[in-house]
Design a protein around this ligand. Structure first.
Ligand SMILES: C[S@@+](CC[C@H](N)C(=O)[O-])C[C@H]1O[C@@H](n2cnc3c(N)ncnc32)[C@H](O)[C@@H]1O
Length: 314
């Protein structure tokens, strides 16, 4: 498996042995930025199996290049939301440690809901950690620090042990920035003492996702953005393109299923007895309910353009 985790590599849930072909402590870093801390962990603890999640594509590439330069193989980099991996991907009782260095503090009141370290997250994490496993937080933000400590305690799952930050956490890109500004840095270990059982939510994997319609694609349009709401998420049909080498159409669709976001390409093309709509494998998507809904969103739009639904296999 490549060190870059693609959505199509993921299973829900996924064991450590699905991710790594060797045994060893499973350690997760949230928001790894340029990957400096993961690089440190890998060289200081060569027996650890490291997984990192990061929402910024630019940061994922910086970290990927860093791992390649250093020859680090026992790491998996996921571009996406850490919340998704914790809730849906990591098996119960699989994680040894979690590191969160300088998380985005979301200081404005209306953005507080975006903070990761809140009671529901701590409670889910309690069952993904091994017994006695810990989350380690280092931050420059006193208010987020206090908030996280309070939320960890309110979760009733963690003992919070405050102390000086481990030296290596003071060498990340953001740590250096704050250190240069002589800002104080705060650190705590959240050690799990009580587990609230909650199994990962399996994201159904559906093989056949297509539809057929009667009619022609020749005169459809103009196109406007379409939104399809479904239980657990949304599918946004953002744009439609005509293919130059055929009569087909391509649709760019974003599916959002809680914290799991995918960019999808759905194709509609003429066949001798009608029009066929299906997911393209471009970008290695995970075939989730969101993909099925994306096919249905495109199908609905084509029906609104005068085509007639024949059959769906979704
Ligand atoms: C302030 S930066 C710190 C980066 C790095 N840890 C460091 O110390 O240099 C916060 C990082 O977390 C990432 N991030 C924020 N929310 C996230 C989430 N829910 N899942 C994964 N990454 C996230 C951001 O893209 C950003 O790179």
């Amino acid at each position: 498996m490549s060190i870059l985790l693609k959505a199509s590599d993921l299973k829900t849930p996924m064991s450590a042995s699905d991710l790594f072909s060797r045994t060893g402590p499973l350690v997760f870093e949230v928001g790894f930025g340029d990957g400096r801390y993961l690089e440190h962990l890998a060289s200081a603890n060569p027996e650890w199996n490291l997984v990192g999640a990061e929402v910024s594509l630019g940061s994922v590439w910086r970290a990927y290049r860093r791992m390649n330069r250093s020859g680090i193989r026992e790491v998996r980099l996921f571009k996406g939301n850490a919340r998704f991996l914790v809730r849906d991907v990591f098996e119960e009782g699989s994680l040894d440690r979690v590191f969160v260095n300088f998380p985005d503090p979301w200081p404005r009141k209306k953005h507080l809901k975006n903070r990761l370290l809140q009671v529901p997250f701590f409670q889910i994490l309690s069952s993904r950690l091994k017994p006695g496993g810990s989350l380690f937080l280092t931050t420059d933000h006193p208010e987020y620090f206090e908030f996280s400590v309070q939320q960890g305690q309110e979760s009733l799952c963690f003992d919070v042990i405050q102390g000086p930050p481990p030296p290596a956490t003071l060498e990340t890109k953001y740590a250096r920035k704050w250190r240069d500004q002589q800002k104080p840095i705060f650190h705590a270990e959240f050690r799990c003492h009580t587990v609230i059982p909650s199994a990962p939510r399996p994201i159904s994997s559906i093989e056949m996702q297509h539809a057929t319609l009667k009619g022609s694609l020749e005169n459809v349009g103009p196109f406007t953005k379409q939104v399809r709401r479904f239980e657990g998420g949304h599918a946004f049909v953002m744009e439609a393109y005509r293919e130059l080498d055929s009569q087909g159409l391509l649709f760019k669709v974003i599916s959002e299923e809680q914290d799991f976001r995918q960019e999808l390409l759905i194709q509609a093309w003429p066949k001798k007895d009608g029009v066929y709509v299906s997911l393209q494998p471009f970008g290695d998507p995970m075939t989730t309910k969101g993909v099925r809904e994306a096919v249905l969103a495109v199908t609905d739009w084509l029906v609104s353009q005068g085509l007639e639904l024949d059959q769906t296999w979704v």
